[in-house]
Design a protein around this ligand. Structure first.
Ligand code: PMP
Length: 406
C-alpha cells in the first residue's frame, strides 16, 4: 500500500482509474443544490411538466397486467417493442433504422461507455468538438484515450478544421478511432451544426475512413424550426447514433439507445450483457407505454414551449444586464447558453465569488480535455423558473462586474 493518508488502496487500482477524477460538475451540483443558490449549473430536464398522474396509472397497470414480464430479466439487446418504438422517434430526423440494429442502454451515458469499451485502447485518439460534453470526455478519459478537440463556431464543428486535424494526426501515425459529436443544441454551447456542414463532415468521414458517434439527446427540442436531418440519415455505415429518453420523457428512467451497423451492434450487445445482463425491463416497458400509447409529440411541444420561454428570458436578461465584453451563444433549442467573458477573467477562479453571490454556473474548463475554456461558462436554462433565471443572471452580472474591477 502507498501509505498515503488520502487513499490506502491507490496501488491496487487498475491503471484506467488514473483517467477518472471527481467531475467538477458533480462537485459543483452538490453545492449548487442549496435552496438559496440560483443554479444555472445543472442540466436537468424540467420533468415536473410531465403528466405524472397518467404515468403513475400507466405504470400501475403495467405491473398489475404484465408484472411477471416487467419484473423479470430481459435480453442484453433490450426489449423489442421499445427498440421498434425508438425507430419511430429517430424517423423524425430522417433516420431509417431497424429494431434489429438498436441496442437499449441505461441512458445514452452507458451507450458512450459501451462504445468506449468496444473501440478504445489506451493512447487512441478521439476527436470531439471543442468544447464537448463533459460526460463523454470523462468516459473517453477512463478508457485512457486522448481527446483532440476540433474547433467549432456558431455553425457547429468546422469541417476545414476537421480536415486539418485528420491530416495532421494521420501524418503523425496516430490512430483516430472516431469523431464524437453532438450536432443538435450541443451541450455545452447550445450550437447546432448547419446542414451544409453535416454534408461536409460525412464526406470527410468517407475520405478518411472515419467513424462518427452522433450523440443526439436534444434533437427534438428545437424552438424555431423542425428537426434537421441526422448525420445517421446521411450515412448508415459510418455513423453510430445515440438517442435518449432523458430529455423527451424522463431522465430518471435511465433509458437510451444506440443504433449501429449490424457488426458493431452485435458486439455492443455482448458488452451490454457483460455490464448489465439486460437493461431494466420495468423502465423499458414504461418507456414503451409512453412512446406507444401516450401522445409524446404533444408532450414535446409542452417541453419546447417551457424551454423556449426560459431561453428567451435568459437571452433577454443577458443582453440587458451583462457588462460589455461578455458575449454568448443564441441557442435555437436544447438547454444551454455558452458565455464568454473578457480575457482578464477566469471563470473557475470566479466561482467562489459567484457562490458567495448565490449563483452557480459551470466553468468552461470542464468541457475541454486540454485545459482550454477559462473564459467560458455554461449557463443552463432548462431547470430554473424564468424569475429565477432573471435573478441568476442579475447576480452573475454583478459578480463579473466586481471581478473586472479587481
Ligand atoms: N450526451 C449528452 C450530450 C448529454 O447532454 C447527456 C446528458 N446530460 C447525455 C449524453 C447522457 O444522457 P442520458 O441521461 O441519456 O444518459
Amino acid at each position: 500500500m502507498s501509505g498515503t493518508t488520502l487513499d490506502d488502496y491507490t496501488d491496487r487500482y487498475a491503471r484506467r482509474m488514473r483517467g477518472m477524477t471527481v467531475s467538477e460538475v458533480r462537485a459543483l451540483f452538490a453545492m449548487a443544490s442549496r435552496a438559496e443558490i440560483v443554479s444555472l449549473a445543472g442540466g436537468s430536464p424540467f420533468v415536473s411538466a410531465l403528466p405524472l398522474d397518467e404515468i403513475a396509472e400507466m405504470t400501475a397497470a403495467l405491473i398489475r397486467d404484465r408484472g411477471a414480464e416487467a419484473l423479470q430479466y430481459g435480453t442484453g439487446q433490450g426489449d423489442v417493442r421499445l427498440r421498434e418504438l425508438v425507430c419511430d422517434v429517430m424517423a423524425v430526423e430522417g433516420v431509417i433504422g431497424s429494431a434489429e440494429d438498436v441496442v437499449i442502454t441505461v441512458g445514452s451515458q452507458q451507450g458512450l461507455d459501451l462504445i468506449a469499451h468496444l473501440f478504445l485502447d489506451p493512447g487512441d485518439v478521439v476527436l470531439a468538438e471543442g468544447p464537448s460534453y463533459v460526460g463523454a470526455l470523462g468516459t473517453f478519459a477512463a478508457a485512457e484515450a486522448e481527446v483532440v478537440h476540433v474547433p467549432m463556431d456558431a455553425e457547429g464543428l468546422i469541417p476545414s478544421e476537421l480536415d486539418v486535424t485528420l491530416r495532421r494526426l494521420t501524418a503523425e501515425g496516430r490512430t483516430v478511432k472516431f469523431l464524437y459529436t453532438v450536432p443538435n443544441f450541443q451541450n455545452p454551447t447550445g450550437v447546432t451544426l448547419t446542414e451544409p456542414r453535416r454534408d461536409a463532415i460525412v464526406e470527410l468521414a468517407e475520405r478518411y475512413d472515419l467513424l462518427i458517434i452522433e450523440d443526439n439527446p436534444y434533437g427534438l427540442l428545437g424552438f424555431e424550426e423542425g428537426p434537421g436531418q441526422a448525420l445517421r440519415a446521411r450515412s448508415s455505415d459510418r455513423v453510430i447514433y445515440l438517442g435518449s429518453c432523458s430529455k423527451m420523457f424522463g431522465a430518471g428512467l435511465r433509458t437510451g439507445w444506440v443504433l449501429a451497423p449490424p457488426a458493431v451492434r452485435e458486439k455492443l450487445v455482448l458488452v451490454n450483457e457483460s455490464q448489465v445482463l439486460s437493461p431494466a425491463m420495468l423502465t423499458q416497458m414504461i418507456a414503451s407505454e409512453y412512446l406507444g400509447k401516450y401522445p409524446w409529440r404533444e408532450q414535446l411541444k409542452v417541453f419546447r414551449e417551457i424551454y423556449r420561454e426560459r431561453r428567451d428570458t435568459m437571452l433577454d436578461a443577458l443582453s440587458t444586464m451583462m457588462p460589455s465584453g461578455v458575449t454568448w451563444t443564441h441557442p435555437r433549442g436544447g438547454f444551454f447558453v455558452w458565455a464568454t467573458v473578457g480575457d482578464d477573467l477566469d471563470t473557475k477562479a470566479m466561482q467562489p465569488r459567484a457562490l458567495a453571490h448565490k449563483v452557480a454556473y459551470v466553468p468552461g474548463i470542464g468541457f475541454y480535455a486540454d485545459g482550454a475554456g477559462r473564459q467560458n461558462m455554461r449557463l443552463c436554462f432548462s431547470s430554473a423558473s424564468p424569475d429565477r433565471i432573471r435573478e441568476g443572471i442579475r447576480r452573475l452580472a454583478s459578480v463579473i462586474e466586481e471581478e473586472t474591477e479587481l
